[in-house]
Design a protein around this ligand. Sequence first.
Ligand code: NDP
Ligand code: HSE
Length: 438
Amino acid sequence: MKPINIGLLGVGTVGGGTFDVLKRNKVVIARRAGREINVKMIADRDLDKARALAGDDVVVTDDGYAVVNSPDIDVVVELIGGSTIAKELILKAIENGKHVVTANKALLAKHGTEIFAAARDKDVVVAFEAAVAGGIPIVKALREGLTANRIEWIAGIINGTANFILSEMRDKGLAFETVLDEAKNLGYAEADPTFDIEGIDAAHKITLMASIAFGVPIQFDKIYAEGITQLTGEDIRYAEELGYRIKLLGITKRVEKGIELRVHPTLIPAQQLLSSVEGVMNAVVVKGDAVGTTLYYGAGAGAEPTASAVIADLVDVARVQTADPMHRVPPLAFHFDALTDTPIISMDEVETSYYLRLHVVDKPGVLADISRILAGFDISINAMVQKEPGADEDMVDIIILTHITVEKNINAAIASIEALPVVDGKIIRIRLEELSNS
Ligand code: NDP
Ligand code: HSE
C-alpha cells in the first residue's frame, strides 16, 4: 500500500522524539499500520535543529504553512504548542483536507469544539492521544476499551511536574520553592511553570477526558482549578500521620445534578494505588458501571513516551484513512449529534470530604465552639486531632477531617469559624476523596 506522508510541525521535545521513534521502529510500525509512515516535511523555526535531525531526504522549512499547504502531505502532526500559530496551522491543514495529530491539550481544551467541527465538515480526523497523560493510552481506553460502560468518575494524577514537587516535599521535607527550582533544573517544569503548578495543565487534560467520558461538549471555561502553590510541608506531614497523601488530582464525576469538573490538591488514602504514584509519573483511575475501577499508569511527559502516543494516533489515521467517516471512532467518543447538554455544576454544589487545619488558642471550650458551628452547617466530623503545642506556646494546630458535605456549607462554616476570636489566621482547607470502588 502507498506510504502515508506526514509533515511535522515543531521538532522540540515531542517532535524530536516522534521523529526518532518513527525512524528507529519504522519496520514494526509499518507492519502494524499496513503501510509505511514517512516524514516527508518538517517545519520548525529553528532550521539548524530541524536539519540536524532530518538528514537529506526530508524537506525542511521554517514556514508551517508550506507543510499544511503541501499536496504531498497526508497527515499534519502539530507539536508546536500554544493556541495561536498552532490553531491557525491546524485549521488550515483541515481546510486542505488533511488529517491532524496533535499533543496540544491547551489548544483543544479551549478551541476543541471549533477544531472538531471543522474536521467533521471536511471528513478528516483530529487525533490527540498525546494531549492527555502523555504516553498513557487513556484516550483510547476511554473511547474504545470502556465503550460499554457508563463512566461514573475519573480521577487522575495528570501533571508530572506537580506530582514531582509533591513527592519531593513529602519524601525529603523540602519547601515548595526549593523543589520547584529542582524541577526546573531537571527540565520537568516549563521555564514559566504556571500551568503546571496552578493546575491549568491538569485542567486542560481532565476537561478533555470529561467530554470523552460523558459525551458533553468541551467546557474549559466551567472548570474549577486550584494548584499546589499554597500547600505547606506541615499539611503534607499531618495528612501522612492521618493515613493520607496529598496529590494534585483532576476529577470529573457524574452526579445527580450534572457533572463535577475540578482540579485541586486532594487527600487520598495512603493505601490507594494512586498514592504510590511518585515523581513525574502520571496515573488515571476510571470508574465504569460495568468494569468497576481500572487504573492506567505511565509516563505523562517526555520525548519518547509522548511520541509513543503521537505515533499510535498516526497508525490509527493510517488505518482509518479509507474508512467511511461515519464509521470512524468519533473524536469525543460519542457521535456529534449524540452529545448532551448535561450541566457542569458549580463548585458550590460539589460534595466531598474535607481536611481542615486551624491554628487556635489552647483553652477550654474552643473545640466545642468549632464543633457547634460545623454541626450548624450540617457538617459531620469524621476525625479530629489536636497537635501538641510547642514549649511556651498557648496556640495549637487542630486537624479536622469531615464526612462528605457540600462545598458551600464548608465555605460558610469556615467563614464563621475564622471569625471566632480564638482562631488565628486563615483555615487551611484541602478536599479529601476516598476514591472507593462503590
Ligand atoms: P517544545 O517547545 O520542546 O517544541 C516546540 C517546537 O516548535 C520548538 O522546536 C519550537 O522552536 C518550534 N516552534 C515554535 N514556534 C514555531 C513556529 N511558529 N513554526 C515552527 N516551529 C515552531 O515543546 P514540546 O515538544 O514540549 O511540546 C509540544 C506540544 O506537545 C505542546 O502542545 C505540549 O503541550 C505537548 N506535550 C508535551 C509534552 C512533553 O513532555 N514535553 C507531553 C505531552 C504533550 P523553538 O525551540 O525555536 O521555540
Ligand atoms: N508539563 C506537563 C507535565 C507536560 O508536567 O505533566 C505533559 O503534559
